[in-house]
Design a protein around this ligand. Structure first.
Ligand SMILES: Cc1cc2nc3c(=O)[nH]c(=O)nc-3n(C[C@H](O)[C@H](O)[C@H](O)COP(=O)(O)OP(=O)(O)OC[C@H]3O[C@@H](n4cnc5c(N)ncnc54)[C@H](O)[C@@H]3O)c2cc1C
Length: 375
């Protein structure tokens, strides 16, 4: 029997983003049989600001992949230009890198395969019934329906379920072959305006990643994603945006959400599925990968000896290690919805750029249990 023919695994992971792949990698290395499922064929595009902060880099290091971004052609991001209403502040970053999700996510999947995980792409998966020892996973692909079973199922399929925040924004993104002339800044350029914010950064091979969080009503009023993004850039003084109209824009579901539960009988959720706050601070990949590293020992224990107490154990640990770190992003995103607060913040940071350093340090600070592995 080849690994592809197998139908029972120790662990089945639904979703091969950073959360799912990192978890698959760690569990496969520990000797468990792991099926990593994704509805897409890889490589695939993913709307994202593509910035790995210090905390995300620490998680990669914990997996022995500290040099992965660099080997994929990632660019160091050492500065950020924050723009609002033609006011501009410059901030310094440390240990931030930018690389496309097309390349990063494929590489993480490949590393999980090298560790022994079985990757099954093109399979839309849904969690099925549970028996005494196994939980079923239903698979839907172009070639038909099938199923596998696993002792534990992990749901890491991104923004799908959960209670959506009342005024949640949605995400949009595009990759341009090169930076538009008016955005040729060597760092992360972030424009905050009425209707949302837009970030732009160089990624590998001279390409340029654009990602934005937009108010739904603003997008409706502007008619197209490109119009909405160009409007926010124009508010901050960036006017030459012709290339953006022709870009291949992609959208996401509404962003800010909280699930009713993140674990149940023989299943756990991790990454965006376990709760997400809109991306102003660019921490989603750090939350996802660190969440996976925190969950791994609980899954290992669950495979060998399932106990209902593990449901609460994961809820508590996730709250302490991941959800609690999301408060800063929540507060900043909310404050920046007020035009006067946004203008005041940028003016303050322009005059006293050092004020941002404690915040930037906090965002990049490794998740506690990883602190020991940081150089
Ligand atoms: C506009 C924007 C900008 C952002 N900028 C940044 C940034 O600069 N830095 C940062 O760290 N984070 C950023 N993020 C957040 C980051 O993209 C996410 O937090 C991160 O991708 C979460 O990883 P994940 O593994 O939980 O989910 P995902 O990366 O969403 O992966 C989920 C996977 O599940 C698959 N899937 C979905 N449904 C199914 C199914 N039924 N069956 C099988 N497979 C399925 C999908 O195809 C996908 O591959 C940004 C997000 C947005 C929207």
């Amino acid at each position: 029997m080849t690994s592809q023919d197998r139908s029972v695994y120790d662990v089945a992971i639904i979703g091969a983003g950073p959360a799912g792949s990192v978890l698959a990698l760690v569990l496969a290395r520990s000797g468990l049989s792991v099926a990593l499922l994704d509805q897409s064929e890889f490589p695939r595009r993913k709307v994202c600001g593509c910035c790995l902060n210090g905390n995300a880099m620490a998680a990669l290091k914990q997996c022995g992949l500290a040099n992965l971004p660099k080997s994929l052609g990632a660019k160091p991001v050492v500065r950020m230009q924050l723009r609002c209403d033609k006011r501009v502040a410059e901030l310094q970053f440390q240990n931030n890198w930018s690389v496309s999700r097309t390349r990063l996510d494929l590489a993480l999947v490949e590393h999980s395969q090298l560790a022994g995980a079985t990757f099954l792409p093109g399979q839309r998966a849904t969690m099925g019934d549970v028996s005494d020892t196994l939980r079923k996973v239903e698979l839907h692909s172009k070639s038909g329906n099938s199923s596998i079973a696993a002792r534990i199922v992990v749901v890491a399929h991104g923004l799908k379920e959960g209670t959506i925040a009342r005024d949640s924004r949605l995400g949009v993104g595009a990759i341009l072959p090169r930076a538009p002339q008016s955005m040729a800044y060597d760092g992360l350029l972030m424009a905050v305006g009425r209707g949302g914010y837009v970030g732009g950064v160089r990624i590998e091979d001279g390409q340029y990643d654009l990602a934005a969080a937009l108010d739904v009503d603003f997008l409706k009023a502007k008619g197209t994603i490109a119009n909405a993004v160009c409007d926010i850039l124009r508010q901050s003084g960036i006017t030459e945006t012709a290339e953006l109209a022709a870009a291949d824009w992609k959208g996401t579901p509404l962003l800010t959400r909280r699930p009713t539960e993140i674990a149940g009988e023989r299943w756990f959720a991790v990454g965006d599925t376990a709760g997400y706050v809109e991306p102003f601070t660019g921490e989603g990949m750090a939350w996802a990968m660190n969440g996976a590293l925190e969950l791994a020992p609980i899954v290992q224990q669950s495979v060998s000896n399932w106990q209902f107490e593990l449901i609460q154990a994961w809820s508590n640990l996730h709250q302490r290690k991941i959800a609690r770190r999301q408060w800063l992003c929540r507060v900043l995103s909310r404050a920046l919805r007020s035009p006067s607060l946004s203008r005041g913040l940028v003016t303050g940071l322009k005059l006293f750029p050092g004020l941002a350093q404690p915040v930037l340090r906090q965002l990049s600070r490794p998740t506690e249990s990883l602190a020991g592995v940081i150089e």
